[in-house]
Design a protein around this ligand. Sequence first.
Ligand code: ZN
Ligand code: ZN
Length: 293
Amino acid sequence: MAVAQMEIASQFSVAYKRAILATMHDKERVIRPLLEGGLGLQIVLPAGFDTDRFGTFSREIERTGSQLGAARAKIEASFEHDRQAQVAIASEGSFGPHPFIPFVPLGREIVVLRDRESGLELIGHHADLSTNFSHETVKTVEAARVFAERIGFPQHGLIVIGLSDANPAPEKYLRKDTWTFPELSQSVSEALALCGAAHVETDMRAHRNPTRMRAIKRATIDLVRCYRSACPRCTRPGFAVTERLDGLPCAWCGEPTHALRAEVSTCSGCGHRIERPAEPRTADPGQCLGCNP
Ligand SMILES: [Zn+2]
Ligand SMILES: [Zn+2]
């Protein structure tokens, strides 16, 4: 039995495989050591591979489709770019308002790995409320300085865009690489002279956003964890929580509440499914619609 399991495991192993990591903006700095150390991959960085054509954060190229879709498109293009690569890795971030909490931004990072031969696809996730995602319309250089200080400039980068009809208009004015307050003042002055108002926003490119770089690292750690979590039946990596079930019974009346009842892990290879009940096994009556109307 043990021998058979070893054979199946090696079928999905990515150790010693040539892996293309198509990334820009220094993201390899956090991704590479984790995937070489944690998965045994041999990471290669493609030369002359422009991932910005899949969409950038500063609006020159609108991002199309979903975050996972964008990562998969990068993986496809990577395999085409490097015919020898057995594995491809792509990282993708998305930022926007939190779906449930008003005025709170949420950052989501994914790092996706695909094995060309076995078809194995693993996704590392990280969601973060501490994401540094923000923007403001300014009409004076002073207002831009206040915003810049608040978002942690110059450690965190800032993008200055001209405003036209109340909308950011990068075709009129766009300045990405300001590194000092004097440079910032100058580019805001230029945008104001040209457009009357400027849109300043946090630079979400990883090398200019240390908060984001940390989030990418956490998503990569999640990918390593995902790889090491093998299906107990077929040993395929990536046996992860795929579903969260609510309906935890109320401690007083026993009626189902909206609290988490169980986490379900499913194998994408053989379909094996395990339901892990939540702890504690009953919900606080404060979460019960009957006992706490
Ligand atoms: Zn399985
Ligand atoms: Zn109750």
